[in-house]
Write a protein of this length. Structure first.
Lengths: 754, 754
């Protein structure tokens, strides 16, 4: 029966799409939310076809997607009374959020009818000038865990259909991935957002404490077990480390099919390196040409006509030159226009590569004869460290992204002016390169729950959160009763603080609850346990019960709970249980967590049981998210840069004060002078301690936080103080994990990657 | 009617796909070309469904795709007599190539029935144990040129269906691109190949003479006008130049939707740079650790057990150490195993980036303190110059690609041994990175003709041809009467010579005809016209009629025709007509071409008229391709390296002799000693002259070809002598074309790219 249902379902789709092809004008008319509009020929044809199919005794169901259509209160009432059929209550699938007397709103229409009075309903709809039915609960197919292990994901088109996406909003990439168009935000603009859940962690061991797996386990439990629409929004992992040091997501069977998607990074690498090439080429061309030669090349005569390109006009305006005729500039104006006069010593833009390539940490470029002696020292960063990745994560659309790309500061001129991508003339090309990357990628967990994977900025020199756009899309798709779960990189003192102060400030979204992930392992470390090192077997303290270490280590947990409370958000502690944890240890953590102010503290067994292992967490999250919270930022943007840094250092890290290096102080003066003083702060601090000293576990006190230097990502929109040295290029160890990776040329199976 | 036809067509598809999901085992049985096999449940279900649909009076047609099935002579005879319906002759769509009395062959079945006696036929097929109908002519929908200009390409799934691909052989990437699985080669292994057409050119001006546009125009004419199945196989353009110097494909309106696909290059960049990072990290680790420390890290104890990974076992065997227990190696064996002992001065592997970044032409890496003084000078190449790109273009499948990747020589040890990717242990990871890149990308021309875009190796340091795999797939898909048109980079003296001696030798495929592209512009240059420079207006000689220059310049055309004849292949000259060309000039070229041995010489107007402008060329190609040719290689692989180089220099370029630098001679000795002497030769010579001197136009004589140096791409499988200096990294000019590129944030339209 399902076969036939699907078959005819898709028939209707196709008919509609074809009509769309043939009558764009008609369709455009339908799409306009015009109250006076009558159903057009296209709509009538579709409905007639549906009625024909309904009359066919072999048709057992119709699953219809239509773009924006018509909805009135009376229509909704007419549909609601429909009866259960085959155990499915039709009311579950219908939802009307149109205000009374506003019969036509621009929304998606999804109608799932099962036998019954479909014909009458459709005729009623037609008579009432249209139809609009919004899915309330997704009719998702959840895989049983046994099926999940067999790793046969749903076709991505099916998943998309389940969660209410229109075919034209989807671009499939293979059978299990698809990009989602941002037009969805417009279509669902009147849809209320779902609940917004942030997964953060206590200060971790170098092995990580499983925030991503908690995220996945939670959405699986919410979806399959609590029957709530749920979406996970995750960062895209960097490719470099995949072949370097093992660890990332490697002990987790439950979502490895979502962790192999690296395409954005290609676009980011291309865009980042185009800027870098443009910088050095420009320095060379300016150094070797007269003003006049530069001008005649920058504004060439094409078929006898010289004119400025739009981006050159923008530069002229920026320079205060209000002329549009290239022949009208004075020699001084020509000079100002053609010479960015970038100081090679003050270029801050770095090249990037998506490989762990330690030999690129410091390099000299431009040593070939063709570069005429303009060699200079610079470096490559790992691709995810690019400011463009941070922009991708923070932007809310193409226009905003383009503007941010243009604002990126790449260095200073010899007289101290900031030089931007706009000045280089490269903004439009960057926007073109990033055009597809801005669309979040839809994937699924092994249990068939939808996931957006989008952007993955560094958690140290950037803010370490997945994209604003993915969260916004997901919050609309899940609907008012649904849940979007996203995670923040590193410990809560870094990732969560940046999530609130940077990401939420930018997006305007407000979190409903924080899930704070802890492990007995990390707590024991904070309680004084021996060092935990990647690649080395765990000391016995971590394998055997040790209640004292756990009790002492809960100081870190308590502090991180308090940090969330600074922002007015309630906390559910999720204890990610390992097989070596004893019941007494587990109970102790939950008890202390609740005594420390957590609204709930529950154990999670998603590692061994998938979504079923996170049901208790899901219930706790649902309960706490439904309570009112009083979200607030930690600082005002108008506070001085120093004040903002000090606030974070004292209130979040527990420092007594901060200490600025002369270099840092000079940068602050420069940024204030350039007008960048009102940006939020993105601390670049170790994640292995609340302090700047990685070896200080638990809750360090009595320290002064040293600010070594300060940098700025003007396009992304934050200032980042450097606390200590941040590596932006990992290296390969003696035995990189690529030794274990292989491809079976016959089955195409990948071995050794996870 | 078409709407309904499509609708039900896809219905049948879906049913079949679902059955496939449910009964993989049954399907596997069907796929085996087992003569004794009876139709299984799955096939019967499908046929029953078809019969049900046929009984439905609303069904006007069925378009059925089935994987390998059954065919007998009697079945074919039963189908053939069917009558015309609605102007379409059913015989056009049916083709039987099964030998008599071999009723079951492994082929795709496509049946297009239109009303009529479909039911009886299907019942007959069922009674005869199956059905097998091979499309003879694709039922492709060709766009009229007016529609083409509106730029609404067919959905890629529709194109795939038209050319006989099964849904499971396709991975859609967006709506207009899809990767095609290599399993197709296996399914169609008994299908005869189509005709194989190579488009090459005379020695070009720096502006290029339009080989790509001739290729597209030709397949469009063959498809839409001669009604022959046709496929174009093109190289993937590099992204770097797109934002640098304008020119590439920029004057061609007819296929710009196939020229924006850069994904392979990402995989190649990642793979190439992983090798580079592994090399430098290995040198560092070897330099800073004892044999014992290296060994304990390379073969670590995991849960108390030490063992070699498979790729380490391969290295042991390569070293002649037949042991598998890590504790059993002698200290000398450990030393041999752990130390590649790469000589930093003799690392030949370069990093790559897909940006025109001139400052990376010569760089010093490893200058950070963490690299402990192991700085060395190296360079970045543009990504398409990577040996991995050449491998992608020459491989015939995953196993072969994996083997080639492992064979890549990255440098020499201090005692002169070649060190490979296998020695670095990185081969498996490279294969994983390249796993998706090996699948050719299906796209379409603006007239709806299928195109494979796959691989784009440099035409100087590599062989400059698109992939063997795309050609092989296309030759099967077009069928025996169909045409596959591919192009060779640069002039025929380079691109065509390499196409024959390297690509055809590797693939085993044989060309049926060469299309030699000429322009009046290039011929005038060869006849003594002034310099032609990109970005500078053409001198008047090129705009006004000048028969003398044309007549003189035809010497180059004649020579290139003779080069093709050296290989025993016939030539059709295609004169790519520009609006400034006069009829007298055009007639002169065609007359001289035919007098010089071309089988035909025709004018092409695809630039202004699309496929319709190439109909004459299509007829000429069809005629010449049907004649027998006597293809032969120019040299034997067993000839010495020097002999092979001399043969190309004398017979193709017209040199008196070659002259080896001492460096080149030393390399030849080294390669012979390492066992690389029997590889084909890939000359790295300027494309702007038949000689090594770009300014020598026409047919230079009396010169000695200097061989400055010799390099080797062992994985790709060729030796490349350097004639002069080859730039492997373009630069950005003062005004890169990114100044004109922009994205409309609302319409998402790209401006200024073409």
């Amino acid at each position: 029966m399902m076969l036939l249902l699907m078959k005819y379902a898709l028939c209707v789709h196709l008919i509609y799409s074809d009509i769309v092809q043939r009558s764009r004008e008609e369709l455009k008319a339908i799409r306009e939310p015009n109250p006076g509009l009558k159903p057009t020929l296209a709509i009538i044809q579709v409905i007639e076809e549906i009625l024909r199919l309904n009359a066919d005794s072999r048709v057992h169901g119709i699953f219809l997607h239509l773009p924006q259509s018509f909805l009135s209160k009376s229509v909704c009432n007419a549909i609601k009374p429909q009866k259960d059929v085959d155990g499915l209550n039709i009311q579950h699938f219908l939802f009307c959020n149109s205000p009374l007397d506003a019969p036509l709103v621009g929304k998606m229409a999804v109608l799932l009818g099962l036998e019954g009075p479909l014909k009458a309903t459709l005729q009623f709809l037609l008579q009432n000038n249209g139809m609009m039915v919004q899915t309330h609960q997704w009719s998702s197919k959840h895989f049983d865990i046994e099926i999940s292990r067999a790793q046969t994901p749903k076709p991505i088109s099916q998943l998309a259909q389940e969660i209410g996406l229109l075919p034209e909003e989807l671009e499939a990439y293979g059978n299990t991935k698809a990009k989602v168009h941002l037009s969805l935000l417009n279509r669902l603009q009147h849809q209320p957002n779902g609940k917004y859940v942030l997964v953060a962690g206590i200060t971790p061991t170098p092995l990580g404490e499983g925030k991503s797996t908690v995220t996945i386990g939670l959405v699986q439990a919410l979806s399959a077990h609590l029957k709530l629409n749920s979406f996970a929004c995750l960062r895209q992992p960097s490719q470099g480390p995949t072949f370097g040091v093992k660890g990332y997501m490697d002990n987790n069977n439950y979502h490895n099919n979502i962790s192999r998607y690296h395409r954005y990074i290609h676009a980011i690498t291309a865009a980042n390196n185009l800027v870098a090439a443009a910088i050095d080429a420009r320095i060379l061309h300016e150094a070797t040409q007269s003003d006049r030669a530069l001008y005649s090349r920058l504004v060439p005569s094409v078929n006898g006509v010289r004119c400025f390109s739009p981006i050159q006009m923008a530069r002229l305006q920026h320079l205060g030159i209000n002329k549009s005729d290239p022949s009208g500039l004075t020699p001084e104006e020509v000079r100002a226009f053609v010479r960015l006069d970038l100081d090679p010593e003050k270029v801050t833009w770095q090249r990037v590569v998506d490989t762990n390539d330690r030999f690129l940490r410091k390099i000299t470029v431009g040593q070939a004869n063709t570069e005429k002696g303009h060699a200079r020292q610079t470096q490559f960063d790992i691709a995810v460290a690019s400011e463009i990745m941070a922009i991708l994560a923070l932007t809310d659309g193409l226009a905003d992204m383009r503007a941010r790309l243009g604002l990126m500061v790449v260095g200073s001129s010899r007289n101290g002016q900031s030089i931007t991508a706009d000045d280089l003339g490269v903004t439009g090309a960057l926007a073109v390169l990033m055009k597809d990357a801005i669309k979040p990628t839809l994937m699924q967990t092994l249990e068939g729950t939808p996931v957006f994977v989008h952007a993955g900025p560094f958690a140290n020199i950037a803010h370490g959160n997945s994209s604003v756009l993915a969260d916004k899309l997901a919050l609309k798709l899940v609907g008012e009763e649904g849940y979007v779960v996203t995670e923040a990189g590193f410990g809560a003192d870094i990732g969560m603080e940046k999530f609130f102060n940077i990401k939420c400030r930018t997006s305007g979204l407000r979190p409903d609850v924080v899930v704070l992930v802890a492990t007995v392992r990390a707590l024991k470390m904070h309680g004084g346990g021996p060092n935990v090192t990647a690649g080395v077997p765990l000391p016995k303290e971590y394998i055997n019960e040790n209640l004292q270490l756990v009790a002492d280590g809960c100081s870190n947990l308590k502090k991180q709970i308090q940090i969330a409370h600074l922002f007015g958000v309630s906390v559910v502690v999720a204890l990610n249980v390992f097989k070596t944890d004893t019941q007494a240890e587990i109970d102790m953590v939950c008890r202390i967590a609740e005594a420390s102010g957590a609204s709930a503290a529950v154990q999670c067994h998603h590692w061994s049981r998938g979504g079923r292992g996170s049901v208790e967490l899901a219930h706790a999250v649902k309960k706490v998210a439904s309570q009112k919270n009083h979200f607030q930022f930690l600082y005002n943007l108008q506070d001085s840069i120093v004040e903002k840094i000090r606030t974070i250092a004292q209130k979040v890290y527990g420092a007594d004060d901060i200490e600025l290096s002369p270099e840092a102080q000079a940068k602050i003066d420069h940024y204030n002078q350039q007008g960048f003083g009102a940006l939020p702060i993105c601390m670049a601090k170790t994640h292995l301690s609340l302090s700047h000293m990685p070896e200080k576990k638990g809750v360090p006190t009595g320290f002064i936080l040293p600010i070594r230097d300060i940098r700025a990502s003007i396009g992304a929109g934050f200032i980042y103080p450097l606390v200590g040295t941040m590596s932006t290029m990992p290296g390969l160890p003696t035995r990189p994990c690529f030794y274990d990776i292989d491809l079976d040329p016959v089955t195409e199976e990948i071995k050794g990657l996870f």
